[in-house]
Design a protein. Structure first.
Length: 760
């Protein structure tokens, strides 16, 4: 009977430790995503990528603290680390709100962002050291907690907003601290845990009620600049979802008389709601709308269009243009449901633009909609459809979309009627890239460069001093002389602020047309990378990650090293092994998330499905890997790395054709298919890490927290390099590199000679 009680007690202790790890991991993953949302809404979208990488790096570097304390590690130490992580979360939010958020203070924000992840990573790596013979279960809890956390991000952001959502994570982190304090059996620590949990709960609840800790100033973002310049403006709404912060401002006295409200996405990009009585015969309203007459030009070429497609319909202005032009049917595709509901809420004041009989509103990603549609359109319109925001996970893995690629333009052209026009409104800096994309797309249809140019017209509008927008038009058929003459005369009548950059037969001399860059493709969907100041941030992060990653290798040679660390051949092989699996994991995760955006429709849905599938199946693989006898760990590592390489190779060859074949299916079917496609890979990706820990667990000279540091730092390095390769070479090349890294891991583990004692 005594042995059964001991066994039951041990089982409860094991379950408690796993619960604590799951809470820490879930809290950390949600916090990471929340920070990307905050960075995107207060600085710029590409800095969200920095936030993600710094968070992952802090998580990995937490192992350095565990390494130095590994001789003193206990459940009391773990509980203390976790409680410190809990308290650091509200402190972090308070500190970044205290000063106006700006790119000039980026290093300050990055250092602060590292603190909670550093402490959380130290907690998990300490548990891994304490339970080194149960590494598979610890890693299972770590991955599963992160996977479940993916499912909670959207509900938290939607219901509470980013700021209060962050504060709630202080409570969940404190709950994990309470679990670890119970394992320590120290009453004072238990009492302290309850105090921390109560304190963080009060802070979160108070912020939910009065919003005392909310972002109210970000000097780099247009929303806050506008509010500062015009104190009389009414900031009527702030609402978050998993891929945007939406703000509504009313009472703008300029520059458009008919502007009912201004909607800001992530405090930057804007879309206007126009005050309109619904009269489609009143063409004079066009002169007082935000895009002026520029967006009406395509309708001089296609009079009374039967079917118009608006991608990124926003506040509804493009729908109004189409209705005034006499369109009998308008399909408005808008990815953000918050914006659609806001416009509908203005009702008759906005002409019921989204409730009219001839208007069909579709909440979906524009490219995904076109890929699944069988319709033909007379006009297809994309007006400043950006993703200059960190979508859900932030960073380049999700910040670019598939609207501006060669394959996208080929589909747009295929969905045009014979008289159809594709119209894209963007800034003038975009013209060379758009030209390269459009001409390449038409060359796939058999046209020469010179023939393709006969289908294109480019008009420039000076919206404000120093601010120029371009209307880039591509016709299904070549411009006739009469059509070009019509455009020329209409632009001439619109005033001196409108000029023609390129038009067949009339305006054909411009140096910018001969310097077209390499076009964005579905394999390289980073259209905005060369248009936004993200280049420097990526390079700086790569340099930083390289320095830190190199430093991680010398950790054992600092305090706590042993003589054998510098001479033991197995230590070097293990270091390379954990480097390879850390890099390999990210070289698969980053491309997979990007690849599934088009297939699943929403970037948020892609991230949720991919990360949830990878982490949950990886956790299952880790858990079940412990069933193999310890003497066969090396063989298990070799087999798992081999299978990962084979699956990754099959993705490289077959994934896109399979996704293309399944694309017409309903959203639910596509999500289920994605899960089934990803989970086999995730299952085997969850095995190499705990197997490696099991192999070194009998060698007291090798620090497990040190290996945690290496794996974490290399995950950051892997994400940066995978992104860089995706930008400059293509996502498929990143997948190929993952095969190389897992092959390297296979070679290293095959050469390791570690005797694992029989625990039976």
């Amino acid at each position: 009977m005594g042995r059964k009680k001991v066994s039951l007690s041990q089982s409860l202790e094991d379950l408690s430790s796993l619960l604590g790890i799951m809470l820490v991991s879930a809290s950390a993953l949600i916090l990471e995503i929340m920070i990307t949302r905050i960075f995107s809404a207060t600085i710029y979208y590409h800095y969200a990528f920095v936030a993600v990488s710094v968070a992952v790096l802090g998580w990995g570097l937490g192992g350095a603290l565990s390494h130095f304390l590994r001789k003193k590690l206990s459940w009391s130490v773990v509980a203390t680390m976790t409680l410190c992580a809990s308290l650091s979360i509200p402190f972090y939010l308070w500190a970044i709100i205290l000063l106006p958020m700006s790119a000039s203070l980026l290093i300050f924000y990055c250092i602060l962002s590292t603190i909670p992840f550093f402490l959380g990573g130290a907690s998990v790596s300490s548990v891994l050291q304490i339970l080194r013979h149960q590494a598979n279960k610890v890693y299972f809890a770590d991955l599963t907690g992160g996977g479940l956390g993916c499912l909670l991000v959207d509900p938290l952001l939607t219901s509470l907003g980013a700021e209060t959502g962050v504060l709630v994570l202080g409570v969940t982190m404190a709950a994990s601290g309470l679990v670890f304090s119970l394992l320590s059996r120290k009453r004072q620590l238990m009492a302290l845990s309850l105090v921390v949990m109560l304190s963080t709960s009060i802070i979160a609840f108070s912020n939910m009620q009065n919003g005392s800790m909310t972002i109210q100033n970000a000097t780099d973002k247009a929303l806050f600049q506008e509010l500062h310049r015009n104190p009389e403006l009414r900031h009527v709404l702030t609402k978050w979802n998993s891929f945007s912060r939406i703000d509504v401002v009313e009472g703008l006295p300029y520059p458009y008389l008919n502007q009912l409200a201004q909607i800001r996405i992530d405090a930057g990009a804007e879309t206007d709601v126009t005050r309109w009585d619904g009269d489609t015969t009143n063409i004079s309203i066009l002169s007082n709308m935000s895009c002026s007459m520029l967006c009406y030009v395509p309708y001089y070429l296609v009079t009374k269009p039967e079917n118009v497609l608006i991608i990124g319909s926003g506040g509804g202005n493009d729908v109004i243009y189409a209705l005034i032009a006499g369109s009998s049917r308008v399909t408005a595709v808008e990815i953000n449901p918050i914006i659609v509901n806001l416009v509908r809420g203005y009702g008759s004041r906005a002409g019921d633009v989204y409730q009219r009989d001839h208007v069909e509103v579709v909440v979906d990603d524009g490219r995904n909609f076109v890929s699944r549609s069988n319709e033909k359109f007379d006009v297809e319109f994309l007006t400043l459809v950006d993703t200059l925001a960190a979508i859900y996970a932030g960073g380049y893995a999700l910040s670019e979309n598939y609207l501006y690629t060669v394959e996208a333009f080929r589909q747009y052209l295929d969905h045009l009627t014979d008289r159809g026009v594709l119209a894209v409104v963007r800034f003038t800096v975009d013209i060379p890239e758009l030209l390269s994309i459009a001409i390449t797309a038409m060359q796939y249809q058999g046209l020469s460069y010179a023939e393709a140019l006969r289908h294109i017209a480019i008009v420039i509008w000076q919206k404000a001093p120093g601010v120029f927008l371009s209307l880039f038009m591509v016709k299904k058929s070549p411009f006739s002389y009469s059509q070009a003459q019509l455009v020329s005369s209409q632009i001439g009548a619109m005033g001196s602020r409108y000029t023609i950059l390129y038009l067949p037969y009339f305006h054909v001399q411009d140096s910018s047309l001969s310097s077209a860059p390499r076009p964005a493709t579905d394999d390289r969907p980073y259209y905005f990378y060369f248009l936004a100041p993200g280049n420097a941030s990526l390079l700086s992060l790569l340099e930083f990650a390289t320095v830190v990653s190199a430093a991680c290798f010398i950790v054992p040679f600092l305090r706590g090293r042993t003589r054998s660390c510098s001479s033991n051949r197995s230590v070097v092989l293990f270091a390379i092994y954990f480097t390879a699996i850390g890099m390999g994991f990210m070289f698969l995760e980053i491309p997979l998330i990007q690849e599934f955006i088009l297939f699943l429709g929403y970037p948020t849905r892609a991230l949720t499905v991919v990360l949830f599938s990878l982490l949950l199946s990886g956790g299952l693989g880790s858990f079940l890997s412990g069933s193999v006898r310890p003497q066969r760990q090396t063989r298990k590592a070799i087999i798992s790395c081999s299978i990962i390489a084979v699956i990754a190779s099959s993705y490289y060859l077959l994934l896109r054709p399979v996704l293309a074949a399944l694309l017409p299916q309903e959203a639910t079917v596509r999500m289920v298919a994605a899960i089934f496609l990803i989970m086999p890979l995730g299952f085997f990706m969850g095995i190499p890490f705990p197997t490696g820990i099991a192999l070194v667990s009998s060698n007291s000279e090798v620090s497990i927290p040190w290996l945690w540091v290496i794996n974490g730092s290399m995950s950051v390095m892997g994400s940066v390099l995978a992104t860089a390769i995706g930008i400059f070479q293509g996502l498929s090349y990143a997948i190929i590199m993952s095969v190389v890294f897992y092959a390297l891991a296979l070679v290293c583990v095959a050469r390791v000679r570690v005797t694992v004692p029989d625990q039976n």
